[in-house]
Write a protein that binds this ligand. Structure first.
Ligand code: ARG
Length: 461
């Protein structure tokens, strides 16, 4: 029999039971639901809204249910619709009368809001921990490759020389921002909606501050209508996760390119690659491709929730039940991607010789060649024009700037001397860029130490 059988003259159609129920996916909130109910029951007892012994009976019953769920001994039903009603029904079967008092001064609207917030609040540190582990891998790779020169690109055209360490630190900075976004999200959601009731609180003397504190929230939410209709925290998390996945996807794309024989900058470990069912020579970067692919799925969750919420009037609407699958799937997906991605990067082998070969071939020292002339007094625009002519000459003769003879150089500008070769050496070009944030060894060492400090601070907490 339904809770609302008093008001209704017919049984719910089985189609509606199936359609309406969320137990298939919200069962994972059982722990948060029980935690929230325990806090609520204790508050009801303390404020005298129910008898203390009833509150105790409820709390003991809920604790026993929790243990039994974890031992696999509780079956949820579709008729009870969602995790909230399933647990309440189970409690009432077990403890009788007292169980029927648990829902005093509460609605599923504030209940689901508190459960979901608790869930997100617990998952964020897990996500942060995984990103921190990735940061440690990047630091390790960077430290081992401070002098590994490679081409840096713009428009995917070889542009200026950099190092693999500088490259790794670029990603490390992106992931650092991801961590701070997750931290911001967690700080903002740290308010407890419990006690908001259906939308307008209740006439009982509920103590929202005590339930907020008992559940580890900084404070109760300030407006009860907002409390039950707000899903910003879920959208914020999905936004942060979408950006994080965008970073992982860009990185994946680079790894996929770097593994190709056209680049061959890195080799993936056999344990992190797959073969082909037909082509015996293949070694495919499936992990990177799947991470790139799963990014679409996380964006999908963000768009799902934004769209679900976009025209909802205040306060709770059943549409909001659609938040959970999107939210859970995104969290699961990111938690699945991060460890395998970090392990793939950790185990890949860098191929400095192939990187150096590519770096030598693309005129990536052309800016340095122009700067050489600028240092001899020429305005940059004129120097730029001269080097353009030199590059044009090289393309015709199949040379690179450093294989031109001094005569070739001097035929175009008398400012060139024998020291030009030193100026064009890629190591010189990289290590000359000592500017804060640049690719020179000392600049990258600074970047590494900043990331190390950031990681250490988080791990202390
Ligand atoms: N299963 C519901 C959800 O996830 C719980 C809240 C139901 N509230 C209601 N008034 N029907 O949103």
């Amino acid at each position: 029999m339904k809770l609302w059988a008093g008001r209704f003259q017919k049984e719910t159609d089985t189609l509606v039971n199936d359609f309406n129920s969320s137990i298939g996916f919200d069962a994972r909130l059982y722990k948060q639901d029980i935690t929230g109910s325990i806090a609520h029951a204790q508050m009801l007892g303390k404020t005298g809204i129910i008898e203390t012994h009833e509150a105790e009976t409820i709390v003991d019953g809920l604790k026993a249910i929790l243990a039994d769920i974890e031992a696999g001994g509780v079956e949820f039903t579709l008729e009870n619709e969602d995790i909230h009603m399933n647990i309440e029904a189970e409690l009432t079967i077990r403890v009788g009368e007292a169980g029927k008092r648990l829902h005093t001064a509460r609605s599923r609207n504030d209940q689901v809001a508190v459960d979901t917030r608790l869930y997100v609040k617990e998952e964020i540190p897990v996500l942060i921990g995984q990103v921190l582990a990735l940061e440690e891998v990047l630091v390790k790779k960077a430290k081992a490759n401070l002098d590994t020169v490679m081409p840096g690109y713009t428009h995917l055209q070889r542009a200026q020389p950099t190092t693999f360490a500088h490259y790794m630190m670029a990603y490390a900075n992106m992931f650092k921002r991801d961590i701070t976004r997750l931290e911001d999200c967690r700080a903002r959601l740290d308010e407890c909606p419990l006690g908001a009731g259906a939308l307008a609180t209740s006439t009982y003397p509920v103590d929202r501050f005590s339930t907020a504190a008992a559940l580890g929230f900084a404070k109760p939410t300030d407006n009860s209508m907002d409390s039950v209709s707000d899903r910003d925290y879920a959208i914020e998390l999905l936004s942060a996760l979408s950006i994080l996945m965008m970073h992982l996807s860009r990185f994946s794309e680079e790894i996929i390119l770097w593994c190709s024989w056209e680049f061959k900058y890195v080799d993936l470990d056999d344990a992190y690659s797959t073969g082909s069912s037909i082509m015996p020579q293949k070694k495919n970067p499936d992990v990177a491709e799947l991470v790139r692919g799963k990014t679409g799925r996380v964006y999908g969750s963000l768009v799902t929730l934004l769209t679900v919420m976009k025209a909802l009037p205040l306060a709770y609407n059943k549409d909001m039940q659609e938040d959970k699958e999107a939210l859970f799937d995104a969290i699961d997906t990111v938690e699945l991607c991060l460890p395998v991605f970090a392990a793939m990067v950790d185990t890949l082998t860098v191929r400095p010789k192939d990187m150096a070969k590519a770096a030598a071939g693309g005129f990536i020292n052309a800016t340095d060649c122009a700067d050489y002339l600028v240092k001899k007094g020429l305005p940059f625009r004129e120097a730029y024009m001269i080097v353009g002519r030199l590059v044009n000459l090289c393309i015709k003769t199949g040379d690179t700037l450093d294989t031109l003879t001094l005569r070739d150089f001097r035929a175009i500008s008398g400012l060139f001397d024998a020291d030009v070769y030193q100026a064009l050496a890629l190591k010189t070009c990289v290590n000359g860029r000592k500017v804060y944030g640049g690719p020179a060894r000392e600049s990258v060492e600074k970047q590494i130490s900043l990331i190390e400090e950031f990681v250490a601070q988080r791990k202390e907490k």
